[in-house]
Write a protein that binds this ligand. Structure first.
Ligand SMILES: [Zn+2]
Ligand SMILES: [Zn+2]
Length: 295
């Protein structure tokens, strides 16, 4: 099954979340929040309406030549009405799941409904990676900036996926891409997936596009020296592994889709493997992506 293109069903997500909760009960509280969040995001993805991004043939060949991604983050098109709708839903989910961000979510929703928030400005600050703008907005709303950034990003993720899926049609005409950064948006990978023997796919940390890369090599520094590349498989979790690079001291978590007990849904894998981030950090390695999850 090609998990990059097939639409994900809510049943697949629910089943996978339940299996992970049974196998790793320590994640139950977190997944009581993330399970409904994933369902809301997938439902939103089906409703997103955006104009396709046009890229000329000249631009495409120049990008391929320079090994540049198709777009920069601020060029993502977001369905703002849909983002607003799902933002409200995510706030409700945070409250009913008694998430630690529940209070902030409540405040944010009240301000949104009161018309005190310009969602387009906030979305641009996430896409433009403008920390200062986000911090100012968060202070005005009266919530933590990390929480604001997390909820905003979660609300635009459906639009990002739709954009990425639409843009990926251009990749078919582009030469093969083996870079460690996303061919769509240039972001670093958050995970890798081994779909079958000898193949490896990286998953983008921003738009969640998946692309095939060589089986061996560090995505962050390009190191292919096997002496400087290590990995560990956590005890009792044969489907998971963490690749460590002594070239850049970074690590990436991975999942072997042939070994898992459940459907591989990368956002779920990311959040339910935080213990592996701790293990890698204990061994002195750093994440290849900024880790800014709310507590
Ligand atoms: Zn991407
Ligand atoms: Zn490296």
């Amino acid at each position: 099954m090609n998990q990059t293109t097939d639409p994900v069903t809510s049943e697949q997500i629910l089943k996978a979340v339940d299996t992970v909760k049974q196998e790793r009960p320590v994640y139950t509280k977190l997944l009581d929040f993330y399970g409904p969040l994933f369902l809301a995001q997938e439902a939103s993805t089906a409703r997103v309406r955006i104009d396709p991004i046009h890229l000329s043939d000249d631009l495409l060949s120049a990008k391929a030549e320079a090994q540049l991604p198709l777009i920069n983050l601020p060029e993502f098109v977001v369905d703002l009405e849909e983002a607003k709708t799902v933002l409200g839903e995510i706030c409700d989910i945070a409250v009913s799941a008694r998430s630690d961000i529940g209070d902030a979510a409540k405040t944010l929703k009240t301000r949104l409904e009161g018309g005190h928030i310009d969602i387009s400005v906030l979305v641009q600050s996430v896409l433009g990676d403008s920390d200062a703008q986000l911090r100012t907005a968060a202070a005005e709303i009266g919530i933590d900036a990390t929480v604001l950034s997390f909820i905003l990003y979660s609300s635009i993720r459906p639009s990002l996926s739709v954009c990425a899926a639409d843009l990926s049609r251009h990749l078919q005409q582009q030469p093969e891409w083996h870079q460690g950064y996303c061919p769509i948006c240039g972001s670093p990978p958050i995970l890798f997936v081994l779909p079958e023997e000898g193949r490896r796919r990286l998953v983008c940390s921003f738009c969640w596009h998946q692309w095939e890369v060589l089986r061996i090599g560090c995505p962050f520094c390009g190191n292919r020296d096997s002496g400087a590349l290590k990995y560990f498989i956590p005890d009792g979790e044969p489907a998971y592994r963490v690749n460590l690079c002594d070239g850049c001291q970074k690590y990436i978590k991975g999942i072997d889709a042939r070994e898992t007990s459940h459907f591989v849904y990368p956002p779920l894998e990311q959040i339910s493997s935080l213990h592996l981030d701790i293990k890698a950090a204990e061994q002195g390695y750093q994440s290849g992506i900024p880790m800014a999850l709310p507590e």
